[in-house]
Design a protein around this ligand. Structure first.
Ligand code: FMN
Ligand code: SF4
Ligand code: SF4
Length: 284
């Protein structure tokens, strides 16, 4: 029986959840969604999982595109686990919709609430010391449900989220294409290339020994939090602001964005930078 879990992760929370599920399932393969979907088809799998963070109350666009491009076995046991901080929104129902478009059904979808990792907007919270043990517990519970092939209705967006999605998140989603414009690279950069290796979207190339951002960024925070020299910053210049405002009306989140030098960064304590560079991980 072939078991495969596809994951997208910037700071390791989703990868940690995926690892815990794979450990409980045994003999499972983890595949990063930075791979090309046509190279990692799930047509031969009997258990198929999707594990991902929540961005802007829904499934990250990179994950949507990956799942759309993936071939699956429609008769498999298929599950999804969203890893938001507080607002899961449409992240389960959107995945259900993507799977349904492939002629299959989600057997189970669930949620692990995690440390909020959008460090160019806010410091990580709630405190990892408080939150990580809770995340471990919830992931273990879901892993047990999946190992027992439980079927369960997925959580849906609440009435307020449903009503406010377009107003709050619509403009912000429009700005996604400019997400990496404000990245800066300081003289501390040693050209090690780690930022390119951890990037979940293949959005970084080294050019003259410095990272160049290719404008299909999801703001996953992997490069920011993995740089050994803390050389990557985020500063919205007057030019960027003009672009951002022109693109999508002013949003309160954009006003908050920036990365002060001393702000705390975050990576899940069970996940190493090396783990973030991997395309596949075998769990026995
Ligand atoms: C660009 C971005 C948008 C986010 N939007 C949401 C959101 O809408 N709701 C939420 O609860 N958390 C949101 N978060 C927090 C992440 O979903 C959360 O911290 C997640 O566990 C990170 O997973 P990872 O460590 O696997 O990357 C956002 C984070 C980022 C970077
Ligand atoms: S990880 Fe940091 S030091 Fe290494 S190339 Fe990227 S920005 Fe430079
Ligand atoms: S450039 Fe950085 S923030 Fe953007 S997708 Fe790549 S690793 Fe994530």
């Amino acid at each position: 029986m072939r078991k495969r879990i596809y994951y997208f992760t910037g700071t390791g929370n989703s990868l940690r959840t995926a690892i815990k599920i794979a450990e409980r399932l045994g003999d499972a393969e983890l595949v990063s969604m930075r791979t090309e979907p046509d190279e990692v088809s799930a047509e031969d799998c009997d258990v198929i999982g999707f594990v991902y963070p929540v961005y802007h109350w829904t499934v990250p666009e990179h994950v949507v595109k990956f799942v759309e491009g993936l071939k699956i076995n429609p008769n498999a046991y298929i599950f999804a686990v969203a890893n938001p901080s507080f607002i899961c929104g449409f992240a389960c129902e959107k995945m259900a919709e993507l799977i349904r478009a492939k002629g299959a059904e989600l057997s189970l979808a669930d949620v692990v609430h995690c440390v909020a990792n959008y460090v160019i907007v806010y410091p990580p919270f709630p405190s990892p010391k408080f939150m990580v043990p809770r995340m471990e517990k919830k992931a273990a519970k879901i892993a047990g449900d999946i190992a027992n092939r439980l079927t369960k209705a997925y959580p849906k967006a609440g009435a307020i989220t449903r009503r406010k999605m377009k107003k709050f998140m619509g403009p912000y989603l429009e700005l996604q294409k400019y997400a990496d414009y404000p990245f800066t690279v300081s003289d501390a950069c040693i050209g090690c290339g780690l930022c390119a290796k951890v990037c979940q979207c293949k959005n970084i190339e080294l050019s003259d020994g410095k990272p160049a951002f290719l404008h299909h960024c999801m703001n996953c925070m992997a490069c920011v939090t993995s740089c050994p020299k803390r050389a990557i910053g985020y500063e919205i210049t007057a030019g960027d602001r003009e672009l951002l405002n022109a693109a999508g009306r002013k949003t309160s989140i954009v006003k908050l964005m920036g990365l002060p030098k001393k702000r705390k960064l975050y990576r899940n304590p069970y996940v190493s930078v090396q783990d973030l560079t991997k395309d596949t991980i075998e769990i026995h």
